[in-house]
Design a protein around this ligand. Structure first.
Ligand code: NAP
Length: 498
């Protein structure tokens, strides 16, 4: 399915008009809208889950959980904006005796945002997902380019948001929904056209490196470059150290196998790389891992394209010199099913062969057996930017390997001390986004209320009469938000006599 250029232009123009409305809305207005969207998603009947299941092959319990998470995102981001956290109001009152002006700054929505739905999260990272919720929270209209893998699900979610727009009497361009591949009569992808459109001011994306990087390049080559917040996944290394491998190798192996194969390995936080030094502990770990992986059945992947990618990349890595299969599920996979597989190699080989650092999106792990901790340190130094890195160890391990702990701080957005990286909590302290190439801007997160920060920009007012200021900066502080006034954090109004 293709779309006419005129249709896409109209969507963007409506979004630009709606921005003129949204930029003058308050955090309370937007929070009310967001709670209403959450309530409507909550009320959606079984059709939503059934449709998503048919389109994505994701099982019902997973989809139920993801629906709950999506509702939680709208509500928690709404709660967060009403505190004023992302309004970032700062007021420095005039002091004529010292020659100081009245200067007031706050964060305003950046403008219309294009959001790309992700294949692996039909709810939480798609049409009504975190990018859309955080952009609207920031005061930005959104145009969603729905993912081709779940268009019906996307349409159900879009209808919920559009209905809320109508009920609130907001301009229709607050939310736009586009499906399809190319702009009619051209070879231009719809997403590429939208990102290149002069009225679009930012982009939210979750998907492949090549997709995210292409859109990032388009955005940077525009006459007016715009920010692209692309989360492009990573191999999420797990570094395991001697004390933990000696203490409980079996449990570590079980946990690793479970995380590697969770959701058929189709998570951007899938721990695709495991690194440890040879020894008794690692031998026991390998044996337990072999047993665990053998018993995990293959399962259907999201779609044929993702399955084909998985098979292609799995054989690319598995067929590299000095790479051997350590363990595979003992059940053969049918077409479309991802078969859990772990391969292994030595550190020298890994360091010399860049292909071994490629992401294999699916239930596939690479175990690196190093001879020494010097080799482990080298691997840490050579790593690309990652969403997560896990330090599997005891406190004694950390003390013995502070150098490695220090290096990995530069390489990831989230550092785990034990546990596994799959399962990304939607909380204030979450960081989901790391140094390039895991994402295009490591300063921001795409999960948690802080994701709102991606879609605002600071705007300062100098010496404006109170009546013309946005509600957030007026003396009265009727919104009751937290502000920094003359250097002190307060919710109090400003006494205009003072
Ligand atoms: P994708 O190919 O990157 O596509 C994601 C979205 O971006 C789609 O809507 C796609 O539109 C659009 N897009 C991609 N490249 C584009 C371009 N050059 N110009 C304009 N629009 C573009 O990701 P996917 O379909 O979800 O899966 C493909 C692979 O991505 C997987 O096999 C896996 O390796 C990886 N992946 C990673 C993550 C992660 O968490 N980081 C998540 C899912 C997938 P069209 O459909 O019209 O092309």
């Amino acid at each position: 399915m293709n779309q006419k250029k005129e249709y896409l232009d109209r969507c963007v123009e409506l979004a630009a008009e709606a921005y003129q409305f949204l930029k003058n809305s308050t955090v309370k207005d937007r929070a009310a809208f967001m709670y209403a969207v959450a309530d409507k998603i909550e009320k959606l009947g079984p059709e939503l889950i059934e449709t998503a299941n048919q389109e994505s092959a994701l099982p019902f319990p997973r989809l139920e959980g993801e629906k709950g998470r999506t509702i939680g995102q709208w509500r928690s981001y709404a709660d967060a904006i009403t505190t004023g956290l992302y309004t970032e109001a700062r007021i420095d009152l005039a002091n004529p005796e010292k020659g100081k002006n009245d200067i007031r700054k706050y964060s305003i929505g950046i403008g219309p945002v294009v959001v790309f739905g992700a294949s692996n999260f039909p709810f939480a990272f798609s049409t009504a997902g975190g990018d859309t919720a955080s952009a609207i929270a920031a005061g930005c209209p959104v145009i969603v380019k729905g993912h081709s893998g779940h268009q019906k699900t996307s349409s159900i979610m879009a209808a919920v948001i559009l209905e809320t727009v109508q009920e609130f009497g907001w301009p229709e361009g607050v939310f736009g929904h586009v499906l399809g591949n190319e702009v009619e009569g051209t070879n231009t992808k719809i997403g590429a056209y939208l990102v290149g459109h002069e009225l679009i001011k930012a982009v939210g994306f979750t998907g492949s490196y090549w997709g995210g990087k292409s859109l990032f390049d388009i955005a940077n080559q525009r006459k007016e470059p715009i920010p692209v917040f692309a989360e492009m996944g990573s191999i999420n290394p797990v570094f395991a150290f001697s004390h933990i491998l000696e203490e409980n190798p079996e449990q570590l192996a079980k946990d690793y196998a479970a995380s590697l194969t969770l959701g058929v390995g189709q998570f951007c936080t899938n721990p695709g790389l495991f690194i440890a030094v040879k020894g008794d502990g690692l031998n026991k770990f390998k044996k337990a891992l072999q047993e665990a992986v053998i018993g995990i059945s293959p399962a259907k992947m999201l779609n044929q394209g993702i399955y084909d990618h998985f098979e292609k990349n799995k054989s690319l890595l598995s067929n590299q010199p000095s790479v051997e299969v350590l363990s595979e599920s003992n059940t053969l996979a049918e077409n479309g099913q991802g078969r859990p597989t772990v391969v292994h190699t030595n550190a020298k080989n890994f360091l010399e062969n860049e292909i071994l650092s490629e992401e294999v999106f699916g239930p596939f792990g690479l175990l690196i057996e190093a001879d020494t901790y010097e080799e482990v340190e080298k691997i840490a130094k050579e790593l690309n930017g990652q969403l997560t890195i896990t330090f599997a160890g005891t406190s004694a391990d950390v003390k013995e390997h502070l150098n490695i702990f220090n290096i990995i701080k530069d390489k990831a957005g989230r550092l785990l001390f034990n546990g596994m990286p799959t399962g990304v909590e939607v909380v204030y302290a979450m960081q989901h986004g790391g140094p390039f190439p895991s994402s295009t801007d490591p300063r921001f997160t795409s999960v948690g209320p802080d994701s709102v920060k991606r879609f605002v920009r600071p705007l300062s007012f100098q010496n404006w009469p109170n009546e013309f200021l946005p509600e957030e900066l007026k003396n009265e502080n009727t919104l009751g938000i937290q502000r920094i006034v003359n250097g002190s954090s307060t919710q109090n109004p400003i006494n205009s006599q003072s």
